[in-house]
Design a protein around this ligand. Structure first.
Ligand SMILES: [Zn+2]
Ligand SMILES: [Zn+2]
Length: 105
């Protein structure tokens, strides 16, 4: 398992220039630096990862983040692993495999 920093694109314009503007204790509102759309990521649990996880990449505090659908922690990473379908995320707190959806207003 190779962990990659969480990343997602603006659901309105597709830009990767996305900032997390709040704190996890408040909300998960993100802002697009291109079109200023705001949106919140949601996750859905799709499985469980039982293998070894690699080292966590350096987290960028202004980078995209999302809450785990099961444990509520926000230690989610992109997962590159032959047993994990592309695009799924791993919660390193509880081992849940998740898919991400973006809710825009
Ligand atoms: Zn945008
Ligand atoms: Zn979790």
């Amino acid at each position: 398992m190779i962990l990659t920093p969480l990343a997602f694109n603006c659901p309105k314009c597709g830009s990767a220039d996305v900032f997390y503007s709040c704190t996890p204790s408040c909300c998960f509102n993100h802002v697009c630096g291109q079109c200023y759309a705001t949106f919140e990521p949601r996750t859905a649990r799709v499985g469980e990862y039982k293998g070894e996880t690699g080292p966590r990449p350096e987290a960028d505090s202004a980078g995209p983040t999302a809450p785990c659908a099961r444990c509520g922690e926000h230690s989610l990473f992109g997962a590159i692993d032959e047993t994990v379908p592309a695009g799924q995320l791993l919660c390193v707190s509880c081992g849940a495999l998740l898919t991400l959806e973006l809710d825009s207003e």
